[in-house]
Design a protein around this ligand. Sequence first.
Ligand code: S3P
Length: 443
Amino acid sequence: MAKPLISSRAAQLAGSARVPGDKSISHRALMFGALAVGESTVTGLLEGDDVLRTAACMRALGAEVERLPDGSWRLYGRGVGGLTEPTDVLDMGNSGTGARLLMGLVASHPFTSFFTGDASLRSRPMRRVSDPLSRMGARFVSRDGGRLPMAVVGAERPTPITYELPVASAQVKSAILLAGLNTPGETTVIEREATRDHTELMLRNFGATVRVEAAEGGGLAITVTGYPELTGRAVVVPADPSSAAFPTVAALLVEGSEIRLPGVGINPLRAGLYQTLRDMGADIRFDNTRDQAGEPVADLVVRASRLKGIDVPAERAPSMIDEYPILAVAASFAEGTTRMSGLGELRVKESDRLAAMARGLAACGVAVEETQDTLIVHGTGRIPAGDATIATHFDHRIAMSFLVMGMASARPVAVDDAEAIDTSFPNFVALMNGLGGKIGAAE
Ligand code: S3P
């Protein structure tokens, strides 16, 4: 059932709010805990639909995964190579990360598993993982175009590969490295553009040997050594910088606002949005910067700011790939033009985000231009009209971006279906309204 919401102009945002745990790190904590020997605990896990699917799948693959009464999670893993054949289809819901990383994990286990997902996930490209994993010895039977549903016949005798990523994708990198855990010898991924390194950091933390070196010809070569003994760990998940992006931009746009967001991950390979907003004139402070189980975190303090349009360098895209929708909203309130390039990957996310943003912003009265991989927003420094109902295409980040748009536009902005927000930010509406937002059910 669709869940339409409407967001109206807010007076001023104030207060402190803890955004949910990092989605990327939450998926990995569950997967690595399921591979480790002994007990792992995870605190701050994102309990959104995407991550809960991964928890269910790790159980289906033989691990013990349990939520404790205090809200933390406890796992007893199977040891590397110890996953067992699932008795039913693995339904990854809306989650590209869950699907691609798990395909990597099972690709080097000698059993067959079946993957599916919702309509959005079933339309997304999977050859980017099945191609390299086939080279390691796994076999895949998929729908036309390499789409889910898909059967993965894991390799009996996996072979290590050296693989250069054709697209800058942490999901593909991670899938190969995870397959490399249950593969003899060394498996290497070469990336020409650095992508988020949560897999590398957390694998090391669990006891794997992961080497990161300069690659010949530029970029990085990341090598994992097969058959490590992973041991149970306590993982503390930072608040998600991709989720914090929504209250951050709302506070920048709503006059007189000042908010605090504690414990947000600021891994440099994830923090491109914050750099970009500062380049546009945003007042964002990182207080109390510290290290949390290998990941840098800080308390964010955000004050309403006048923004100016800028050219966002294409090289920055991997460090803020999920943040372009909300950046485009910020750009709509800025004075001057913001050019965002190198965005081809946005077309194959939970929806075609480039098209969804261009259409939605135009409906709100913003002057936008769209090419195959560029989004140009012409800000005037005046408040956009709003007064539109946006098609979200079951994409959480499109829904949240336009609800933020409504908080600062002249007239309300509605979204046709906000259901997908639960995949990554289940308490989004309560949190935003707690800071002073006015988001409610639409007719
Ligand atoms: C993710 C990587 C990104 C990102 C996704 C999460 C991850 O995808 O869009 O939300 O956890 O590795 P790509 O690496 O495929 O761009």
